[in-house]
Design a protein around this ligand. Structure first.
Ligand code: 5GP
Ligand code: MN
Length: 307
């Protein structure tokens, strides 16, 4: 049981992966709220996150406030993907909870269930099986992860367990529809402008099996885009009938960021691995220092091997 691994430690730090998404943030906050309730000295650290997540309970409490005996790493497949690798290495003990198939089991104890659609779903059942009292605030954070990693219950390995979690947390008063609307449905005008631009840039290649689009730095500058404003674009172009793989490239300060999506027939994690990235069968990504058109062509050649 999860509790047995945690309760011996008083000073705990929680963290997740770089460029945190809704599942990373949700799982960190749910764990934080739980341990706070247990009277632990607990802190969490996160990289910069999209403002859409500002409503989550506890998110304003971030920062290292205690010594570290135990570090809990959530939703993160390897040490180099952690947002705060140096703090992770300072801790004598570590626990990892994750759903990435590529997880390298880098912690002392690794709860890795790669068939689950979100780390938040793993956490929900670990809590439930440990007879942990799950509060409404914890539930909001857990649902946030499930909703975002499944793009509003549309992708990922959703099973009756996911809907059971939704049902049970709804009974606590968690407004699942509201969280879904806030995080994956509603768009700001800036996001809408970027989507508009990306859709007008879209191309369909190899008999319509590959959908490709991109945003340049000037597109982001033009609308004064905020962190995370591109989210959802790649999922949108995957939704065109006949498309098996969607590619979205975006210029960032670190290089070109690639987001890949599939319906599952093609393993885009393998494609991303060829560029030192990773993720899941249906959703993967990487960032690379390469000219955009060159990268596009290399990606298409790589994907073609699997079509
Ligand atoms: P997204 O396209 O939403 O940025 O990322 C999709 C998935 O790919 C996420 O599950 C994320 O964990 C994974 N991913 C994105 N970028 C990287 C990366 O640079 N390295 C690895 N290993 N995984 C990544
Ligand atoms: Mn996740």
């Amino acid at each position: 049981m999860l509790n047995n691994y945690i309760m011996d430690y008083d000073n705990i730090l929680i963290m997740a992966h770089k460029r945190p998404d809704g599942d990373a943030i949700g799982s960190v906050l749910a764990m934080y709220l739980y341990l706070l309730g247990q009277g632990k000295r607990v802190s969490f650290v996160l990289d910069e996150y999209a403002s859409v997540f500002s409503f989550l309970p506890g998110i304003d409490k971030q920062g290292l406030k205690n010594d570290i005996d135990l570090v809990i790493a959530l939703d993160t497949s390897s040490i180099d993907r952690l947002s705060h690798e140096e703090l992770f290495k300072k801790a004598k003990h570590s626990i990892g909870i994750d759903h990435h198939p590529s997880n390298t089991k880098y912690c002392d104890y690794n709860f890795v269930y790669d068939m689950e659609p979100a780390t938040c779903q793993i956490l929900y059942y670990l809590f439930r099986d440990s007879d942990v009292l799950i509060t409404k605030d914890m539930g909001i954070c857990l649902i946030n992860g499930l909703v975002t990693d499944t793009n509003g219950f549309k992708v990922g390995n959703l099973t009756s367990k996911s809907y059971e979690m939704v049902y049970e947390l709804s009974l606590l008063g968690v407004d699942v529809k509201d969280i879904c609307n806030r995080t994956v449905v509603m768009k700001t005008r800036k996001q809408f402008s970027l989507l508009h631009k990306a859709i007008s840039n879209a191309e369909f290649l190899l008999d319509g099996k590959i959908a490709y689009t991109y945003l340049k730095k000037e597109d982001m500058d033009e609308v004064n885009a905020l962190l995370g404003d591109h989210e959802g674009i790649v999922d949108m172009i995957l939704n065109v009938i006949g498309v098996e793989v969607a590619i979205f490239l975006m210029e960032t300060k670190d290089g070109v960021m690639a987001s890949l999506r599939s319906h599952g027939n093609i393993d885009v994690m393998k494609v991303a691995s060829a560029f030192n990235g990773g993720g899941h069968v249906c959703a993967s990504g990487f960032t690379i220092d390469m000219e955009m058109t060159k990268l596009k062509n290399k990606l298409i050649m790589e994907i073609e091997k699997y079509l």
